[in-house]
Design a protein around this ligand. Sequence first.
Ligand code: FES
Length: 121
Amino acid sequence: MEVQVTNTQTLIEVCRVEELQDGDFKSFNYNYDGYAYEGVVINYRNNLYAYLNICPHAGIPLDTSQEGLFNADGSYLICRKHWALFEPTTGKCVSGPCPIAPLLKFDIQEIEGVIFVSPKM
Ligand code: FES
């Protein structure tokens, strides 16, 4: 569900808070300026963060289909194409081929137990 908050801010409803336990993630789709994008909300150590699901190295999504977004010990987000690691709290790349380019972070809100994201490009 898309909720227009102001002329410039759109909130995307992602899921209920209890659906995301520590280490979980949830993808969501949205349109911006006529293009379709995928974002992701993660629960990292019981705090929620949201990012555009595009690795800044080659512009492809981090893998959300098989092994998940976190590395083996759950301390970083990982792009499995070339093994870049990103801080879950900031999106900063700490290892791999894109050290100066972070994941694009979105604002996130909880309203009556529902997670909303304000995406951008
Ligand atoms: S595409 Fe993500 S590290 Fe290369």
